[in-house]
Write a protein that binds this ligand. Structure first.
Ligand SMILES: Nc1ncnc2c1ncn2[C@@H]1O[C@H](COP(=O)(O)OP(=O)(O)OP(=O)(O)O)[C@@H](O)[C@H]1O
Ligand SMILES: O=C(O)C1=C[C@@H](O)[C@@H](O)[C@H](O)C1
Length: 182
């Protein structure tokens, strides 16, 4: 989901593994001459963005030793799963309240599916995230692994998921069954 920390945690994970890191949104922006995602949506529409996203995921899927942060909506196209299944997919499951807090703190301008001029940024963001999550939760569950911030917080004895650092989250990604020791 948007704001779940895919980029932040993904970068830490790539450092731990000694892999390179790529953010699919950034690659799409580069391909459209440095146009920000929000402008791509506005100028060319979501369908254009989604086609670029699929093409970028296809290219990334043949690369090795790389951690990819995808856009939160990539899970909705079956063809994207075909590409993602060349690697190990991880669902970073963050409570919607925490997502809405993070996103409304920085504003929704760069996130076209959440943006509104509502005066109550938290409530608006929470409502839109809830709708998106309802549409997507089944698709997220296709991931090879789910990393639940709520579960990590309970395990570490924290009351609030916002106390969890990106490193504490990255080390909970259950990759050992997939990585060879050689
Ligand atoms: N564990 C964390 N603790 C505190 N803040 C965090 C944590 N993880 C991410 N953040 C903050 O939340 C915001 C969103 O994080 P990030 O950009 O990594 O998410 P994302 O899943 O890549 O989002 P998007 O898909 O919308 O680009 C950033 O401001 C980031 O600094
Ligand atoms: O969840 C989504 O659908 C999106 C997430 C962002 O990373 C971008 O890919 C775009 O804003 C759409």
């Amino acid at each position: 989901m948007m704001g779940s920390g895919k980029t932040t945690v993904g970068k830490v994970l790539s450092q731990v593994l000694g892999y390179s890191f790529c953010d699919s949104d950034s690659l799409i922006e580069e391909e459209v001459n440095g146009t920000p995602v929000s402008d791509i949506f506005q100028l060319y529409g979501e369908g254009f963005f989604r086609d670029k996203e699929t093409e970028i995921l296809r290219k990334l899927s043949i690369m090795h030793r790389i951690v990819v942060s995808t856009g939160g909506g990539a899970v909705m196209r079956p063809i994207n799963w075909k590409h993602m299944q060349n690697g190990i997919s991880v669902w970073l499951d963050v409570p919607l309240e925490a997502l809405a807090q993070r996103i409304s703190a920085v504003g929704t301008k760069s996130r076209p599916l959440l943006h509104s001029d509502s005066s109550d940024a938290y409530r608006n963001t929470y409502k839109r995230l809830s709708n998106l999550f309802e549409e997507r939760s089944e698709a997220y569950a296709n991931a090879n692994a789910r990393v639940s911030l709520e579960n990590i917080a309970v395990k570490l004895g924290y009351r609030d998921v916002s106390t969890l650092t990106p490193t504490a989250i990255a080390i909970e990604v259950p990759l050992s069954p997939y990585l060879s020791s050689g």
